[in-house]
Write a protein that binds this ligand. Sequence first.
Ligand code: ADP
Ligand code: ADP
Ligand code: ZN
Ligand code: ZN
Length: 749
Amino acid sequence: MSQEYIEIRGARENNLKDVSLRIPKRKITIFTGVSGSGKSSIVFDTIAAESQRLLNENFSMFVRNFLPRFPQPDADAIENLSMAVIVDQKRLGGGAHSTVGTITDIAPILRLLFSRVGQPYVGQPHMFSFNDPQGMCPECNGIGRSRCVDMSKALDMSRSLHEGAIMLPDFAVNSFDWTMIVQSGSYDLDKKLSDFSDEELEQLLYAKARKVETQFGGKTVNITVEGCIEKFTNKYIKRDVKTMSERTQKRVEPFITDGPCLLCRGARLSQAALSCKINGNNIAELSSMEVGRLIEVIKEIKDPIAAPMVKALTERLQRLVDIGLEYLSLDRETDTLSGGESQRVKMVKHLSGSLVDVVYIFDEPSVGLHPRDVHRLNELLQKLRDKGNTVIVVEHDPDVIEVADHIVDVGPFAGSRGGTIVYEGSFSGLLQSDTLTGKHMKHSMPIKDHFRPAKGKLSIVDANLHNLNNVSVDIPTGVLTVVTGVAGSGKSTLINEVFLQKHPDAIVIDQSAVGTSTRSNPATYTGIMDDVRKAFASANKVSPGLFSFNSKGACENCQGLGVVYTDVAFLDNVKTTCEVCGGKRFKEEVLAYKLGGKSIADVLEMTVEQALSFFDLKEVVRKLQAMSDVGLDYLKLGQPLSTLSGGECQRIKLASELHKKGSIYVMDEPTTGLHMSDITHLLAIMNRLVDAGNTVIVIEHNLDVIRNADWIIDMGPEGGSNGGNVIFEGTPKQLLSAKHSLTSKYLSR
Ligand code: ADP
Ligand code: ADP
Ligand code: ZN
Ligand code: ZN
């Protein structure tokens, strides 16, 4: 029966301590454990990495040379692994040509439908594709937008030409282009533009190039004049940006904006395609409908020829509805989707596929989902399993953990204090175990009973971006505000777009990478390294520069990297520890200098906790303490930042901002990647920030965070066009009795 399990023995990636485990095939296995315990090291760095490597082995040596290189994961054995598909939160790129419709393969069916039953008949399916030369709008090449002059910046209507009414570059008073306009003799130079007649303005802005006879220094000459917008457009917008110098680009870019294409008005298709309709709608109109409404419109198509396509479309659209994405439209560009939305769109794509016996790996699929919608996610995971696939999920949400057939709890703590499996078995068994996960599954936090009063307010007035319905709302200062609501209700639009546009000085703490260079680490990022270098220098009476692995103190063999990459033709790039410095990154003479008996390399090997008991320099201790306060005391000072998880990145950012006062902090789902026990830490930090006089605004679904808010702004009632309203403002206690709020319902459950 060994075929029934994926078997891993002696895994040692990152912090893993010779981990062995069996994952049942064709079941849902959920990995739990605190942030940094080693879940990703097992799931991604061991299982997914091995699957990728096996896949690449199928290719010839020659082909493999062009593929990314996947070294063998550090483990004694990995057996019975089939092909793995990773469904993660990486944003779906793809630019303007990738939309929800194209990525889910729904768009081709819709095109087929129009080519069969659309009236009048215009041709085959590709005529309806904006990615096809025959279907695309010839003006914008299927992009739907074109670059045009930002009219709000081009003119100052309260000025005359003499006063410099044309704000565009090249048209300053007395410039060459300005002189041409003046010399044309067509305008009253002292009249304010607001007093120009429509014809005069049209001429000034849009006139095509024409020859005019004029007097210059007593001579009659022929000059060419054209409207200023026309001229700017020809000179800078219709030209390939890459052919302009960087300086020119910088100068003209502020005057250029993206507007809908003038020919197709954003519909992206040729006029012929747009003329073809079904029940009064063309394909662009259907593509811009919210999926929840589109499915109704499609069901109304009764033509028997259309039946198979209607069936296929309804099935696929229903999957988007089922996973809680009914508020998206097919024409939504995928690079505007959030991480959670991207992951759910990818799930829909995989459900339509016919692959079986695949290992699907999900990274916290509940991200961005309101408690109300989590059961939909669970149903999707179960469907994937029931099709005969193995489903592996890293997840923290108790409501998802519940559907696991098998649970692997990693811990007991993070970093070097984690890396072992503390529980394996059923959900009910987990509840009985005394691991951190087991203990936290059983109780939730109470709503706090004292709410801080607001010190002031920041107002948003009449916001209408995306689905916002003329939203006016006050955000209290000096308190912890949590913005809630189902996915698509408008939380990010309100905070990340409208609010941040007005308050760009706010400190945004997200989970994006803090540094991609292999040379940055927690010590350099937090500034500890500078102080430590100085301390080493003064203790040894040498220059501080010696103690940087980016400069003259660096090992010459590996340039301070500690490792050497060897490119062996036709074989995987081999990474080996530098044999000169043994991975210590510094020259031997530098390592001879000591501080309190330790070399600089010894210090970089210390964890935050060890460094705290070693150093007594005031600034170093403060920075180390901040890292310890955010729960990173297990992190080594020299660990490359590129290896930190999203949650760790977020916390190191928080650590380096903790000492500020009077600032506005904005966080979007900061509990992502955090275990229930980590959330206690996070809440403590948020409270500390508020107590120090800061304003903290958090978008969250996590009920423990909601219960700890001073003030709640609940958006809704639903997503998309049924959302976009503030449906509740008040304390969590008041929210309990807000009958119309979905969040309220789950808070009191
Ligand atoms: P989890 O997924 O449970 O949050 P990870 O598996 O990402 O935890 O990380 C486990 C530990 O290994 C953490 O302390 C993390 O900082 C460390 N780690 C992860 N990747 C690397 C790496 N490439 N090099 C060194 N340490 C790493
Ligand atoms: P939430 O943060 O509550 O999940 P969002 O603010 O992301 O909600 O979305 C609110 C509405 O605005 C949804 O209908 C969403 O599809 C739409 N929307 C969000 N971003 C964009 C965008 N870049 N382009 C078009 N529509 C968008
Ligand atoms: Zn167009
Ligand atoms: Zn070296």
